[in-house]
Design a protein around this ligand. Structure first.
Ligand code: IVH
Length: 691
């Protein structure tokens, strides 16, 4: 990703480079908008997102001729998703411009004054900018009739039923109310509620939210309103949309009316007589920030006089009468004790920084993710380093940089391990990928439960009565270390029958289900091993090609040798490319995988690959290559037909090839066949041969 901080100065951009970058930024920002607004799963911190938008605006300001039709400056938020019906806002819900320092804030005030042609101080209202999601509530004759999320600013999702579950959304406004009014505010979750929710989500094995904002959004946008009802959501009201009659003359007065109607209004909001008071307020809230019960990311300053607001109106997607003065991301420095490697359930090795615990913006942080090997190398992060941590709305902070002046003298660059810390198997990183993975899937304690669940799943061994919970239970008991142990469970039948939740009958049924699967087809067996990229169809290809377990095993062992005939044969099986071949050789490269494979196979009868139709076919067992353009068959059809007759179809011609079927415009393969003296035939001859 482009890092706007290190990107070339906008002043030095050529027009071509600017156009290219605007295109990139449009795509990138749209992607992050969707991740944030539609999937509630942001991939970058808010500060990074803001930087992208600022870069985009800066380039557009210098090259107005290059502003794109799909410019992010003309877009807000994410479009509504399926599931909720859509609800149009009577007055669009727009967004706010940002200021990042006093100079930018002063520019905002100067612009507004210029626009109004006035020199007197601006009366303002300052409100903490809550990091939640904005919501539009419609009240008709004082009754709450419907409510919607912001969505794309024009229409959002109708979440009326969900909003009705919230205590802070009054069903009826107290006192006098206009015939129709749209009231806007921010739905959020307090830090304490967020932590408690994540704890109970973790206990239930459910989704963990990255930050309070995502938790609030995820909780509000539940199709099952009972789930929302159980979630601790809060609301601060702060703005108005459509109104059938004026309800106030100043924004401050409007906030009073909101309070009287029964809404919560942020108690830290303040009326400022002049813009000169803003900086002090900004500092005051900045200091209070980490101690607040909820996340804020800045202060919103609004011109108090509503008549002036109307005169100022909007420029594009933002009002001229308000700005959000953002805080810098919360940062702190601490010492990184060590880099530890976590092994995920799929074998991915993830580096984690163990830190001297430190308070960053009100959250005690003892750990930070380092993402992957390249990230550590790029930032040259080492054990013992003093590092700058940043928390921008997220609970899991990022390491921004290393304080090099404080690096210990004896420090050495970090080397990412080549073996799995959980099981000692070797770890590999396929070319072009960023993640290093443990190859000991079947025996690695971090992965074994996941692998066993796959092993017994319906499309693999299909063992009835062995669900996720039971596997975890038997694993915790120490009975299951590898798939071979599954077949030892019938030997524990009596013991199982006495366990909580089990009876003699259920234990007997489990033994039966396991024993019934001691005979298994080769393709299911290969698939059950859970080797990366070997799904059902690749397992089938391998089974058909190698025929028997013994042959497959021998060939795979031999294929370890780069340049061996077995290796090139594997890579040339139609449908199996070099990437898949490498996953297989990585698996067989780990001796403990082979031991486990053999132990498991010893418990089973593995049937040779099905060749029912093929027994007396003239091409059974033959290795066939199709080359050139076929006239009456598509390539996949030809291949499928050949395989169903027991032939092996490969992509390249070798001594082992029996038949080359030559279509039109055939090239080197036909020549090679002639050179090697391999039998060739036309498409018509092939059709005749196979009927
Ligand atoms: S006023 C025309 N006031 O910030 C814009 N917004 O970037 C009216 N926000 O979408 C918005 N606290 O989600 C306003 N006190 C506050 C706010 C606030 C948080 C959010 C809101 C809005 C976004 C704008």
């Amino acid at each position: 990703m482009l890092d706007p901080k290190s990107a070339p100065n906008v002043e030095f951009l050529t027009e071509t480079a600017a156009a290219r970058e605007l295109e990139y930024l449009s795509r990138e920002i749209a992607h992050h908008d969707a991740a944030y607004h539609t999937q509630d799963a942001p991939e970058i911190p808010d500060a990074g997102y803001d930087a992208l938008r600022r870069r985009n605006s800066a380039i557009e300001a210098r090259f107005p001729g290059l502003i794109r039709a799909d410019s992010p400056s003309n877009r807000i938020g994410g479009a509504p998703e399926n599931g909720f019906s859509k609800r149009r806002h009577r007055v669009p819900m727009l967004s706010l411009d940002n200021a990042f320092d006093a100079t930018e804030f002063d520019e905002f005030c100067a612009r507004a004054k210029r626009f109004l042609g006035r020199t007197e101080p601006l009366g303002l209202v300052a409100e903490p900018k809550i990091d939640g999601l904005s919501i539009n509530l419609t009240y008709e004759h004082g009754r709450f009739t419907y409510g919607a999320t912001r969505g794309d600013g024009t229409e959002g999702e109708d979440v009326t039923a969900n909003l009705r579950t919230m205590k802070s959304v009054p069903g009826k406004l107290h006192g006098e109310a206009p015939a129709l009014i749209e009231i806007r505010g921010e739905v959020f979750m307090t830090k304490a509620d967020f932590l408690a929710l994540n704890q109970s989500q973790a206990d239930a094995g459910a989704k963990i939210f990255a930050n309070p904002r995502n938790a609030a959004a995820g909780s509000l946008r539940q199709l099952d309103v009972r789930i929302t009802a159980g979630r601790p959501l809060s609301l601060f009201a702060y703005a108005q949309g459509e109104s059938s009659e004026p309800v106030a003359e100043t924004h401050w007065e409007y906030l009073q009316r909101l309070r009287n109607w029964g809404f919560d209004v942020n108690p830290l909001s303040r009326q400022l007589r002049s813009e000169t008071g803003a900086e002090a307020f900004q500092n005051e809230i900045g200091l209070a920030r980490s101690g607040l019960g909820y996340d804020i990311d800045g202060v919103v300053y609004k011109i108090d006089d509503l008549a002036l607001q109307r005169r100022l109106g909007f420029a594009g997607r933002t009002p001229r009468w308000a700005t959000a003065w953002k805080f810098p991301a919360e940062q702190a420095t601490t010492v990184l004790r060590e880099i530890r490697i976590q092994v995920g359930r799929t074998g991915a090795l993830t580096p984690v920084a163990e830190l001297e615990p430190i308070n960053v913006g009100g959250v005690l942080v003892a750990r930070a993710t380092l993402h992957n090997e390249d990230e550590i190398a790029r930032k040259d992060i080492r054990g013992g380093d003093t590092v700058v941590l940043q928390r921008a709305g997220d609970v899991i902070p990022q390491i921004v940089s290393v304080v090099l002046e404080q690096r210990p003298e004896n420090s050495t660059p970090y080397t990412f391990p080549d073996t799995c810390p959980a099981c000692g198997s070797h770890a590999v990183r396929p070319p072009g990928e960023v993640v290093k993975r443990c190859t000991g899937g079947l025996i690695c304690s971090a992965q074994v439960v996941e692998r066993l669940i796959h092993f017994v799943s319906r499309t693999a061994f299909d063992i009835d009565g062995l669900g996720e919970k039971t596997i975890q239970e038997f694993y915790d008991e120490g009975w299951l270390h590898s798939p071979a142990d599954l077949f030892k469970l019938p030997g524990r039948e009596a013991e199982i029958a006495t366990r909580k939740g089990w009876k003699e009958v259920s234990a007997r049924n489990l033994s039966r289900a396991i024993n019934a699967r001691r005979t298994i087809s080769l393709e299911r067996f290969i698939y059950a091993l859970g080797i990366r990229r070997i799904g059902e169809s690749n397992a089938k290809l391998l089974a058909r090609h190698y025929g028997s377990f013994a042959n497959w095993r021998t060939q795979m062992r031999a294929a370890q040798q780069i340049g061996s005939e077995e290796r090139s044969e594997l890579g040339s099986i139609s449908g199996i490319g070099s990437t898949i071949a490498e996953e297989l050789t990585d698996f067989f490269d780990e001796p403990r995988n082979v031991t486990t494979l053999d132990e498991t196979a010893a418990q089973l009868t593995i049937q040779d690959a099905a060749r029912a139709e093929s027994a007396n076919s003239p091409v059974a067992g033959k290795t066939v290559v199709f080359t050139g353009t076929l006239e009456t068959l598509t390539r996949p059809e030809a291949k499928a037909r050949a395989e169903s007759l027991g032939a092996k179809v490969t992509d390249s011609v070798s001594k082992k090839t029996d038949i080359v079927v030559v279509g039109t415009d055939a090239g080197s393969k036909a020549r090679k066949a002639a050179e090697l003296g391999v039998r060739t035939m036309t498409e018509a001859e092939w059709r005749e041969l196979v009927g």
